[in-house]
Design a binder for this molecule. Structure first.
Ligand code: 2NL
Length: 345
């Protein structure tokens, strides 16, 4: 019996399966319910006690060799067959997650497209500005409150004179100044960009926000051109039939100046909390470029006139999508952002 067992041990050790099937045959042959190892143990029961002492060791060695061989190869074959059965080429593909545009980017894009259709180009400029381009050229008086530390983020403050002050731009008008200084009329451009004001963050205010300003300068540009241009813009952005009205206002860089309201899109003019029960909501400021500003930029105010306007993208986006809190734009909460899926991103 001993040599028989040793024969099996040699066979087990020499065995190298090449498939899961072969390994299964091996298992049945040696370790199965009616397998060789079981039979040997049955036979073992019948031998004399002296023989048992001798045979016990080899028999156990044989059993362990068979089990070890089976376990060694089981892993490699089961893994392979698991993968094979997991790949089902008839299944539909895995969807690729596509992001979405930020609502502010969507609205900026829309504004840019509307003005492009009537010949406005897009201009950009630096976010860090000197006093001249952000304030002085725009006719801000020396003591204007916007020049105060409380309203503007200064990077360098020159004591005594404003010359040499460096700040984060508070509006994109500085881009228009640069454009006028660098070229010759006519100018017809819009300036989208980030602007910075030293304000406490709340549902209605933030220290960083986005603006689009516009400038049109040529011979014989009138207030009627301004009204018609902005009327067209509102019809395109908020839909045909949206009413507009202009209220007199004041800005240092325009004269005359106005603020433009549109009929409330939420209540249709009936009165609601968005329009504060007036039926109208303000969307932008505008006016005829002050002759002092033209002169500061080396443009002859006797020959050229122009209009300018400025709007906050956050405000327009809040109105368009009925968003109640400005802070949502800056929190990057996916539950908010995912609601602005556009078909083309
Ligand atoms: C507002 C008002 C406005 C302008 C911006 C401008 C620029 C130059 C000359 C004259 Cl270079 N004007 N920009 C004009 C009127 C209003 O913005 O409420 N913005 C959010």
């Amino acid at each position: 019996m001993q040599s028989k067992i040793e024969g099996y041990i040699a066979e087990i050790k020499a065995f190298v399966p090449t498939s899961a099937d072969e390994l299964e045959q091996f298992r049945i042959k040696f370790l199965g319910r009616k397998g060789i190892i079981g039979d040997l143990f049955e036979e073992f029961k019948t031998v004399s006690p002296e023989e048992k002492r001798l045979l016990g060791k080899v028999l156990n060695e044989c059993k362990q060799a068979a089990e070890a061989k089976f376990n060694d190869f089981k892993e490699s074959f089961t893994q392979e067959s698991d993968i094979a059965s997991a790949i089902d080429l008839t299944l539909p593909g895995m969807p690729v997650a596509v992001g979405s545009r930020h609502p502010l980017s969507l609205v900026r894009k829309e504004i840019v497209e509307i003005f492009s259709r009537i010949g406005f180009t897009v201009a950009e400029g630096p976010e860090i500005e000197d006093d001249w381009h952000n304030f002085s050229a725009l006719n801000f008086p020396e003591e204007h409150p916007a020049r105060d530390m409380q309203d503007t983020f200064f990077i360098e403050k020159n004591s005594g004179s404003e010359k040499g002050d460096v700040a984060l731009r508070t509006h994109t008008s500085s881009v228009q100044v640069r454009m006028m200084e660098a070229g010759k009329p006519p100018f017809r451009s819009i300036m989208p960009g980030r602007v910075f004001r030293n304000e406490a963050i709340s549902a209605r205010a933030h220290c960083i926000f986005h603006q689009v300003e516009g400038l049109y300068i040529d011979e014989n540009v009138s207030f009627a051109d301004l009204k018609q241009t902005l009327y067209y813009f509102v019809q395109e952005l908020f839909g045909k039939g949206t009413e507009v009205r202009f209220r007199p206002s004041f800005f240092p860089f325009t004269e005359p100046s106005a603020e433009m309201d549109i009929s409330c899109k939420i209540c249709g003019g009936e009165g609601c909390n968005v329009c504060k029960y007036s039926g109208w909501v303000e969307i932008l400021g505008c006016g005829m470029v002050d002759p002092n500003v033209l002169e500061n930029c080396n443009i002859d105010p006797e020959k050229y006139t122009g209009f300018a306007f400025g709007m906050g993208i956050e405000r327009i986006t809040m109105l368009k999508y009925q968003i109640k809190d400005l802070r949502l734009f800056f929190e990057n909460d996916l539950r908010f952002l995912k609601q602005f899926k556009s078909e083309i991103i």
